[in-house]
Structures are given as structure tokens and as C-alpha cells.
Design a protein around this ligand. Structure first.
Ligand code: NOJ
Length: 452
């Protein structure tokens, strides 16, 4: 639990804190009985330092070969990406693209793909329908271990640490032959598995990933400054990179500040309407559908975030993230008046968040709530067909057509003229459909309407 579970000590088991394999099996079977499919988050790039492979199969990991770091590569969480073997067996220094508790697997070693593939096969046999594949651009690196060159200008996507921003990650990430590892993951999962790549690259560089995966997250939209120009640009680039509705859109996840903290409370309904009107796949981060903002906890990275792992440091209290991501991870409130708002009968690591419109049971009865809006958007989404065509709209307005529909949101702080449209299908603020689309949009207002 040094990285909220992204440090896996057993790919095929279930951490006893969460239950058993039988519990997981019941969850999968019940989900299927309800017509739901189940994706697991698979972490193929690294294991936990506590995984038995790290002790017993050092050949499956990346070692520096010299008594110290092999080069200038940095860990995503700051500091060198190389640490000395904590088992003190004279094996030298190992590579970790993330925390020191997460040694990188060597996907150039012939045993690694079959070993991870066996875990994939086990979960597929248990009925899992697909995987979110973590940190895929770190799977293969430069075999010559060349230094990363200094960066010229800002990174293509935001990086949290100054020493990481100072380098262009030409050799430590996204090797030119990445497709060979992706093909191995696809072969292990089977053609009918749904695979979504967490690839921290701009959309235009996702080509090789989209050859083998069903889809990848479009991170530019998540990081786009909330202005019409940058939102339009992020959408246009992602649509161009993944034609045929192959992109996965996401506006929040467990690694970055929540929506109200990024776009402002008055814009969260517009953000929801925009997100759920885009072509392709949409991922809603737990709590966005209730309007949750960041919760308490430090968002400042701990100065020890990049410390080399020592045995006394390898235990991080569960629910404490050294990179400062706790505020984005509070659990959601289900039931008014229940202990921990019905999230658990145990003790949550992080306090259950409070939602402005109340917990799920209250919002579910209130069509004007954020949850009510999400439900209407999800229902309407089924009829939104056809490719996205951006419209030439007023400054401050993002507008596009999808087949027979017009979508428009005012992402600015001033009232703006709306594009011409017919009858309302979904409106950010009024639960009833059917009325005429407004001709002016106040800040944060948006609609899906029929085209005229
Ligand atoms: C991406 C995950 O989203 C993040 O939470 C994690 O720290 C890294 N990958 C490392 O697994």
C-alpha cells in the first residue's frame, strides 16, 4: 500500500483487507447478472518490492549494472529512478519509474510477458471482461539506457516535480518498439477483452497503443485549462488521433485535483454535459456524479516522496499518499445519517466526503441534483450518434454537433450567445426536456438539443 495498491505483491490474489478471491468472484458474477461488465486495473509495468518475484526472480527486473544509478532517469514522484537493492544481496541498483517500493519489470526479458500473462489469464477465467492497463508508456525503455536530454519548454502533459519537468523523457518512456509488449498483453487478454490504456502522452502519440488496445485515455482534455479555446483544441486533437469513436474521455481521476477544484464549482455541470456528450468511451471518476470537491489532506508532496526505499520506510500507512493525492481520493457518501455515510461499516482510511447536494440517497430523489443530471446525460448518450463536428461558436462557448444533436456549453464567466438549436434533450439546470433551447448561455450553462 505504498501507492494505494499500485504496488502489487500478488497479481492473482486479493488483498485480505478487501476480501477474498471468492468475494471478487461473487462481485464479477453479480455484476454480470445485472448486465454490467467488470474491468480490473492491471499494473504490468512494476510490482511491489514485496512481490516474491523481486526476491526470487531478479532477472525479471531492470538493474543498473553499475554500483549506482545507470543514468539520469527520474521517478515520476521526483528523485532518481534508481535505488539500491533493499534485500542487500549485492544485486546493485534497480529501476523504479514510480516509488522506490515499485521496481520496474523488464519487459525485454522473455519470462516477464508469460508471467504477467498468466495473471491476466487467471482473471479472464474468473470472468473479468477487460483491463485498465496502468502506466503503459513505461513498459519498454531504451535498452542502451541513454540519459534523457534536457527539456526545451514545458512537458507535453503536466508533471508534478521540477526535476521530472527538467528532462525530456525520450529514453526512459515510450520506447519506439513499445508495440511488441502491447501485442503480448493483447494476446494474453484475448481479442474479446476490453483494454483501455493509461498512457500519459498527448493523443497524437497514441498511435501504436491504439493498434493493440481498444482505447486510451485522452489526457489533454483532463488537463486543458478551462477556456473554450483549449477545450476545443484538446477535443479536436483527440478526435483526430482516434477516429471511429475510439477515445476514452475522462475529466477526473484519483491522481489529479477534482473537477470543482480545477474548473470552479459553477462549471461542473457544464463539464459533465460536455464529457457525456463526447463520442467514444467515457470514464466518470467516483464522486464526480455527486459534485464532490477535493477533501482534506495534504496536496503538498511529502519531501520523502522520492526517498530511496529502506525496509523501515516500505510500510506507508494505508490511505496516505506521499505524492499528495489524498485530497482527490475521499470515498463517496451513500446514505444520510448512516455511520460513515454508509460507505463502510469499518473505518475508512480517508474521511467520507460531503457532497453539496447531499449523499446518493438524497440526490437520487432529487431530479435537480448533480446525480439527476448525470442520470439524464447517461440516458441521452445512447441516442447521441455520429461523429463530432466542432461548431464555430461564440468566444467562451464550446459547441459541436453529433448527428441530429447540437451540444453547447458556456465555459466562460460571462453570458454568451448560444448556437441555434431546436428542442432541449438535456439541460444543465432544468430537469425537464422538450422546451426550446436558450439563445443565451449564462456561465456554466449548457444543453444537448435537437438540430434545426
Ligand atoms: C498511474 C496510476 O493512476 C497512479 O495512481 C499510480 O501511482 C501510477 N500509475 C503507478 O502505478
Amino acid at each position: 500500500m505504498a501507492d494505494g495498491g499500485y504496488d502489487v505483491a500478488d497479481f492473482e490474489g486479493v488483498d485480505p483487507r478487501f476480501g477474498t478471491v471468492q468475494d471478487a468472484q461473487r462481485l464479477i458474477d453479480d455484476a454480470h447478472a445485472h448486465g454490467l461488465r467488470v474491468l480490473l486495473d492491471l499494473v504490468p509495468c512494476h510490482t511491489s518490492i514485496e512481490h516474491p518475484w523481486f526476491r526470487e526472480h531478479p532477472e525479471r527486473y531492470v538493474w543498473s549494472g553499475v554500483d549506482g544509478p545507470a543514468n539520469n532517469w527520474r521517478s515520476t514522484f521526483g528523485g532518481p529512478a534508481w535505488s539500491p537493492d533493499p534485500h542487500g544481496r549485492g544485486r546493485g541498483w534497480y529501476l523504479h519509474s514510480f516509488y522506490a517500493e515499485q521496481p520496474d519489470l523488464d519487459w525485454r526479458h522473455p519470462d516477464v510477458a508469460p508471467a504477467v500473462g498468466a495473471a491476466i489469464a487467471t482473471w479472464r477465467a474468473r470472468g473479468v471482461d477487460g483491463f485498465r492497463l496502468d502506466a503503459l508508456d513505461r513498459l519498454l525503455k531504451d535498452p542502451q539506457r541513454r540519459d534523457d536530454p534536457p527539456a526545451h519548454g514545458p512537458p507535453p502533459l503536466p508533471e508534478g516535480f521540477a526535476d521530472v519537468r527538467a528532462l525530456e523523457h525520450r529514453h526512459s518512456r515510450n520506447a519506439p518498439d513499445i508495440a511488441t509488449a502491447l501485442a503480448q498483453l493483447r494476446a494474453a487478454a484475448g481479442d474479446d477483452a476490453f483494454l483501455v490504456g493509461e498512457v500519459y502522452l498527448p493523443s497524437r502519440r497514441l498511435g501504436p497503443y491504439l493498434e493493440h488496445l481498444d482505447t486510451c485515455f485522452a489526457f489533454e482534455l483532463l488537463h486543458a485549462p478551462w477556456t473554450a479555446a483549449s477545450v476545443r483544441r484538446a477535443i479536436a486533437e483527440a478526435v483526430a488521433a482516434a477516429p471511429g469513436e475510439r477515445m476514452s474521455w475522462v475529466l477526473s481521476n484519483h491522481d489529479f485535483p477534482r473537477l470543482p477544484d480545477r474548473v470552479g464549482r459553477e462549471q461542473v455541470r457544464a463539464a459533465a454535459l460536455l464529457l457525456l456528450s463526447l463520442p467514444g468511451h467515457v470514464f466518470v471518476f467516483q464522486g464526480d456524479e455527486l459534485g464532490l470537491a477535493d477533501g482534506p489532506g495534504s496536496s503538498q508532496p511529502d519531501r520523502r516522496a522520492s526517498d530511496t526505499c529502506r525496509p523501515d520506510r516500505c510500510q506507508t500507512p494505508a490511505g496516505y499518499d506521499r505524492a499528495g493525492r489524498d485530497p482527490h481520493r475521499h470515498p463517496i457518501p451513500w446514505e444520510a445519517g448512516a455511520p460513515h455515510a454508509g460507505f463502510t461499516t469499518g473505518e475508512p482510511w480517508l474521511a467520507v466526503a460531503e457532497a453539496p447536494d447531499g449523499p446518493v440517497d438524497v440526490q437520487a430523489r432529487d431530479p435537480t441534483s448533480m446525480l439527476g443530471l448525470y442520470r439524464r446525460l447517461i440516458a441521452a448518450r445512447r441516442d447521441l450518434r455520429g461523429p463530432l463536428e466542432l461548431l464555430d461558436a461564440a468566444d467562451g462557448v464550446v459547441a459541436f454537433t453529433r448527428g441530429a444533436h447540437v451540444v453547447a456549453v458556456n465555459v466562460s464567466a460571462e453570458a454568451q450567445p448560444a448556437p441555434r438549436a431546436g428542442a432541449i434533450v438535456v439541460h444543465t439546470d432544468a430537469p425537464e426536456p422538450g422546451g426550446p433551447a436558450p439563445t443565451t448561455l449564462v456561465p456554466g450553462e449548457g444543453f444537448v438539443a435537437s438540430r434545426i
